[in-house]
Design a protein around this ligand. Sequence first.
Ligand SMILES: Cc1ncc(COP(=O)(O)O)c(C=O)c1O
Length: 365
Amino acid sequence: MEVPYLDLSYVNLNHKAALLEAVERVIDSGWTILSKEVVEFEKRWASYVGTRHAIGVANGLDAMIIALEVLGVGPGDEVIVPSNTYIATWLAVSRVGAKVIPVEPDIASFNISANAIHKAISPKTKAAIVVHLYGRPCPMYEIMEMAESSGIYIIEDNAQAQGAHLDGQMTGSFGHINATSFYPGKNFGALGDAGIITTNNEEWADQCKVYRNYGSQKKYENELLGYNSRLDEVQAAMLSVKLEFLKENNVLRTHIANTYNEQLAGIDKVLLPSVSQGNVWHIYPILLEDRAALINYLKENGIGTLIHYPIPAHLQKAYAHLGYQLGDFPIAEKIAAEVLSLPIYPGMSREQVFYVCEKIKDFYK
Ligand SMILES: Cc1ncc(COP(=O)(O)O)c(C=O)c1O
């Protein structure tokens, strides 16, 4: 049996006719930039997440950069980030000229806590970016309470957690201004690059619209140093089609994660992810020593796996100038050395899930 790490056919091919119809709608309209489809999808996304505003941009990295710009974060400012995240979280901070202040996650949740952020606050701290890593919500009530009393801004990086929630409130609606990616492999993905910013602040929302469009509101009048980062009209049209299925797709992911949790329990050498409220299981991460042997065994048996992420941001060449060494962030380093992502995607059959479990159990027999 073959089990790829990820297969997008269920979430895309299944809706081919509706997606083509959406593209046709854009072609027929004659408008391909920032038109009806973008406005419509922004409305739908804001309503889904529960914020007053949503501003479509070209990708998740730009969403975070523009959110930081709007908050006025720049040179001389510090921004707290998790030590274990996809590098985009750090890059956004570096791009606006601010300094990244990494804090270590909780090994049990992979996420950073209000307390960890609080300890890293200095007079220069302007904001913290919290990442709902692997689809698991950060403790947002505590984080927002701490942020209000400390006077810092919170940006949620919701790229891995579309549809996640705490007591029914969606991630992406807690922070002052929030960013997400609709990269195709996310829980909710476009058919190319796309992203969005969410906020309840009207002034910031208007500013985001100026930033994404060359710093311009009126054609050929540029009021600030903006970007070209508009959500594509065709992607917006297709995202509106796919939004209807996000909820049920997250339920399918949860079924798979539940099966992994049941079937893999009791293997001494494998630490399973702890269960939490509102997790949408973008990734099913296990921790184990001697990962390479299991990866090879699964590969020989037709099963794909990935590592999210093999090199923590502080040890990447791109951040060599910060002078961090191995040992500076031991939890991030441990996760990078031991984490393994098992296949999880809507459309993965029950037989495929059980096959993966059986092969992992065989390996440890
Ligand atoms: C946690 C996180 N933040 C940000 C991004 C950046 O999104 P994009 O690739 O759309 O720029 C990604 C994914 O790529 C991500 O996983």
